[in-house]
Design a protein around this ligand. Structure first.
Ligand code: GRF
Length: 200
């Protein structure tokens, strides 16, 4: 019996790309392969990491399009050119639209225990609320903001004296391990999630 090919994975980034780096470091021929990395901006550490790893990159900027649906169509097509089985939003700072989500099965990683603290300031909001435990969530992306079906979560304690930066860095340690585990598990179990569900 032949081994299944690696799960073709496109990663979208806007920032430093440490989650991307964890995914790059954990690729394997019988698991998943990062076949391209896309961004909504040129000045992005994640693109540098991809280039250093010899992975093709592309940039689709919102201001280069007259309307948001046109941008969505363009990034949908840019991703489709790499024929992915899965798209991973790993610190991608744009909301993906209806065209994109109808075309690509897409997961996101978020630095809080959803459904608590969705949105752009999940770490800051958790600190401001005074929770003692927060963490990270990997979920399928749906039409809402950080509202899609949850795949996996990891808990992280808030320590006395934490700032947004120290807490976020600790969350990201858990987040990187979580993301690698999830993509590996999706690669191993693609038959079931392609039939339309999450990962059991
Ligand atoms: C992660 O915490 C992600 O959940 C959030 O932004 C951070 C990205 O970090 N949306 P990096 O760019 O992967 O280092």
């Amino acid at each position: 019996m032949t081994e299944p090919a690696a799960l073709r994975t496109v990663v979208l980034v806007s920032g430093t790309g440490t989650n991307l780096q964890a995914l790059l470091d954990a690729q394997s021929p019988d698991g998943y392969a990062v076949v391209a990395v896309g961004s909504d901006r040129h000045d992005c550490g994640g693109l540098d990491r991809a280039a250093a790893a010899g992975i093709p990159t592309f940039v689709v900027r919102v201001p280069d399009f007259a309307t948001r649906p046109e941008w969505d169509r363009a990034i949908t097509d840019a991703v489709a050119a790499h024929t992915p089985d899965l798209v991973v939003s790993a610190g991608f700072f744009k909301v993906l639209g209806a065209d994109f989500l109808a075309t690509h099965q897409t997961i996101n990683t978020h630095p809080s225990l959803l459904p608590s603290f969705p949105g752009s300031f999940g770490v800051r909001d958790a600190l401001a609320h005074g929770v003692r435990v927060t963490g990270c969530t990997c979920h399928w992306i749906d039409a809402g903001i950080d509202s899609g079906p949850i795949i996996e979560q990891r808990a992280v304690r808030v320590e006395d004296g934490d700032t947004e930066e120290t807490l976020h860095e600790r969350i990201k340690v858990a987040e990187r391990a979580m993301l690698v585990d999830v993509v590996r598990a999706l690669a191993a179990d693609r038959g079931s999630w392609r039939r339309g569900g999450g990962l059991d």
